[in-house]
Design a protein around this ligand. Structure first.
Ligand code: ZN
Length: 363
């Protein structure tokens, strides 16, 4: 994830790293200013100066605490089903929980998807009652929390990807049909909602509605693309699609020779092999600023993500898109058995999209 590089870890809750992206500070400032200049019930402009500042800052920070609680709820339920959660990042547009592989079991997906909005709804209700029994700035603060959390819950329940509501919809449809078909139907509904919102936004001259419509449309397409790829690759293992002739280099190879290889074969990464065993990988990024006479072992990446021939082919697709790597070595009994590249996947995908080839492979 791009965010993780520019993010600062601020806490660790139940084993989940909570990180904030620098862009969050911009929105905290903007929100605080908004609360400061707006009068009740959406701001604190009616209060005396000191209270006005304190509550404006508190409320803007709490907006992100609420987002964090929402994401934590998703994460904790997901962890109960054995999903790894890499962390939660708070940034200018809200929060994301980075989960690896959300389960394809409709019941589990439903529970994970609903946990967030239900938590926000609960906070909204509690805040509303707290606002009723308190007075002054505190009551105003709780009322803002009630509004915000209710909007957070409502917005996320729009039945379209990438919102939680999209997942809720898919899990409900998936009870009666396959996961792939359910995704297509849910993505179609999401796109239709996006188009409707776009039209309303366009004629109502509402730029926000237009942006949200675009966001939903792209999210629905993305989800559909991923699941279609997964469907396509599901009949194959890594062993079926890997390239078996691997051009590798030794730890003693000079960086200059690697550059020659790159020009000759147009591959931008080579496994580094010593006595048949994989010890690293050397990519364009590793050698970019290196001396041509340096040895590969001094510049190579030593921690290599590898696959096994029996892994499902989709794993390669998933790892490449999640971690942004182009080539993954395939290892069997410690020895290198092949390599899978992004262009391999694209070619296989093109092949698979011909139904004749699919039929042939099936029979
Ligand atoms: Zn959510």
């Amino acid at each position: 994830m791009i965010f993780m590089d520019a993010s600062l870890r601020i806490a660790r809750i139940a084993g989940i790293d909570v990180m904030i992206h620098w862009s969050l500070f911009i929105i905290l400032f903007v929100l605080s200013s908004y609360f400061y200049v707006t009068s009740s019930p959406f701001g604190f402009a009616n209060l005396a100066e000191f209270e006005r500042i304190v509550f404006s800052v508190l409320a803007s920070v709490f907006v992100f605490v609420a987002v964090l609680l929402h994401e934590l709820a998703h994460s904790l339920v997901a962890m109960r089903y054995g999903v790894k959660v890499r962390g939660i990042v708070l940034f200018i547009f809200g929060g994301v929980a980075m989960m690896e592989k959300i389960p394809k079991n409709p019941k589990e997906e439903l529970a994970i998807a609903l946990a967030g909005p239900l938590t926000s709804l609960l906070i909204a209700l509690l805040s509303f009652f707290a606002a009723l029994i308190t007075a002054g700035g505190i009551s105003m603060f709780f009322l803002i929390s009630a509004y915000f959390n209710a909007i957070l819950a409502g917005f996320n329940l729009i039945p379209a990807f990438p919102m939680d509501g999209g997942r809720v919809l898919r899990s409900l449809i998936a009870r009666r049909t396959s996961y792939g078909k359910a995704t297509k139907t849910a993505a179609g509904i999401g796109k239709a909602i996006a188009v409707a919102m776009g039209i309303i936004g366009f004629f109502g001259l509402n730029i926000w509605l237009l942006l949200i419509a675009l966001f939903i449309y792209l999210g629905a397409s993305e989800e559909e693309k991923i699941v279609t790829a997964e469907d396509l690759f599901s009949r194959f293992s890594i062993g079926d699609i890997m390239t078996r002739t691997v051009i590798s280099v030794s730890p003693e190879t000079k960086v200059g020779e690697v550059i020659d290889l790159m020009f000759r074969y147009k591959h931008l990464g080579y496994p580094v092999v010593k006595d048949g065993e994989l010890v690293g990988i050397v990519t364009l990024k590793d050698i970019m600023h290196a001396d041509p006479n340096a040895k590969v072992e001094d510049v190579m990446t030593k921690e290599v993500i590898t696959l096994k021939p029996e892994d499902p082919a989709f794993e390669a697709f998933r790892i490449m898109s999640e971690r942004d790597i182009g080539r993954i070595p395939v290892v069997e009994n410690g020895k290198i058995a092949g390599i899978v590249s992004r262009s391999d996947l694209m070619k296989i995908r093109e092949l698979l999209e011909f139904s004749e080839v699919l039929e042939w492979k099936r029979s």
